[in-house]
Design a protein around this ligand. Sequence first.
Ligand SMILES: Nc1ncnc2c1ncn2[C@@H]1O[C@H](COP(=O)(O)OP(=O)(O)OP(=O)(O)O)[C@@H](O)[C@H]1O
Ligand SMILES: [Mg+2]
Length: 249
Amino acid sequence: MTPALDILGLKKSFGGVAAVKGIDFNVNAGEAVALIGPNGAGKTTCFNLINGQLKPDAGSVSLFGENITSRSPEALFRAGVARTFQITATFATMTVRENVQLALMSHNGSATKVFCFATSQHAARADVLLNDVGLQSQSSRPCAELAYGDLKRLELAVALANDPRLLLMDEPTAGMSPQERDGLMQLALTVCRERKLALLFTEHDMDVVFKFADRIIVMNRGRLIAQGRPDEVRANEEVRKVYLGSTHV
Ligand SMILES: Nc1ncnc2c1ncn2[C@@H]1O[C@H](COP(=O)(O)OP(=O)(O)OP(=O)(O)O)[C@@H](O)[C@H]1O
Ligand SMILES: [Mg+2]
């Protein structure tokens, strides 16, 4: 089976700092993979290399067998690579539904032309997406009024509007309560299974990682030091030493 995402020999330095030192891994369609490691391990840099915000010094990124290395974020977005946006990317004065409609319009290339008609465009499809993430009852509220956990679910709906084949979530549950974390990740996992999309997420909460990841990839100082099923990673001596510590496992 061709992996949804296939990374080979990826490298990136910032001046004298080698952030990613040549790593290989893949993610299959319908699979949820956690990329973990201590602060500064190179996880976010990997995400930026995958979605085109950074160009690698060496190595390749392939999407379903097609080499997409160094394409622009816009081209990759059109090719089906989505990333959950930061909270600030939602338009606070617009309603929940309008934010999703705008994302749908952007998917269809019409956002810049008809920004002000968001209320009439794609309303039905927006409601389906909002129903999928459990926000339908909030669809007419301005985003500024939403609770933090609901904003995160809105981010997911906005990312899904592009009908992605690969979804990148960088610390999606940061700042959430344990209950909200489980809710959001369960939602992401359901979407991953139902749409057969490849999900790659970073996460510092090991309870979330071990509960929701099919496979875990561990980075430390720019290198991949382990990968495998949660039970394999949990038992890995080097991982325990550099990251997990005895209290987490
Ligand atoms: N734009 C940049 N310019 C210079 N150095 C950078 C830049 N981005 C990242 N780095 C450095 O690259 C290394 C990897 O950083 P990165 O943000 O990828 O780590 P991370 O694993 O996402 O960490 P965290 O868990 O804290 O989010 C760090 O040493 C960081 O300081
Ligand atoms: Mg990071």
